[in-house]
Design a protein around this ligand. Structure first.
Ligand code: FES
Length: 159
């Protein structure tokens, strides 16, 4: 230990200087905030029950539906490719969800539409960090076309 270190130690002892508090290494996050690496904090962990879903605004100006299945989270675009129904508010069975409007069915782990195989919803990265569910960048792209047959027995009547 050199003279400089001994002097520093002596000064610390005299003035009672403690170690400076360490700065947090991560940004403080909360619901609705965006993380520096591109995730939107959408809900507190525990907000979605096992086997359930929630819908949230994403930082790409879309609404996403987040599902919790067997302890894993999945996120898809919430806009049905039939007529824009809110997919995340539909009936969930296993890994599928039925759009509440006309029952198009989607696999929420892949975004694939089971009713119209040429349609699919975007999927997004999801993680739980710092006690919050966070939805990140797109994993797989969706289709943009809308329209097609109803799947609920209703027929479209045109005059
Ligand atoms: S809007 Fe979803 S099935 Fe019609």
């Amino acid at each position: 230990m050199g003279l400089r270190d001994r002097l520093k130690g002596a000064v610390k002892k005299v003035i009672g200087a403690a170690e400076a508090p360490k700065a947090p290494t991560r940004a403080i996050v909360g619901v609705g905030k965006d993380t520096p690496d591109g995730y939107r904090v959408v809900a507190a962990e525990g907000a979605i029950a096992e086997g359930g879903a929630g819908t949230y605004g994403h930082n790409n100006n879309r609404v996403v539906a987040v599902f919790l299945k067997d302890g894993a989270y999945y996120a898809i675009d919430n806009e049905c490719r039939h007529e824009d129904g809110p997919v995340g508010e539909g009936e969930i069975r296993g890994c599928t969800v039925k759009c509440p409007y006309h029952e198009w069915e989607y696999d929420f782990t892949t975004g694939k539409c089971l009713t119209q195989p040429d349609s699919r919803l975007e999927t997004y990265k999801v993680r739980v960090q710092d006690g919050f569910i966070q939805v990140g960048p797109m994993l797989t792209p969706g289709t943009t076309m809308r329209g097609g047959e109803h799947n609920d027995g209703l027929k479209v009547i045109t005059r």
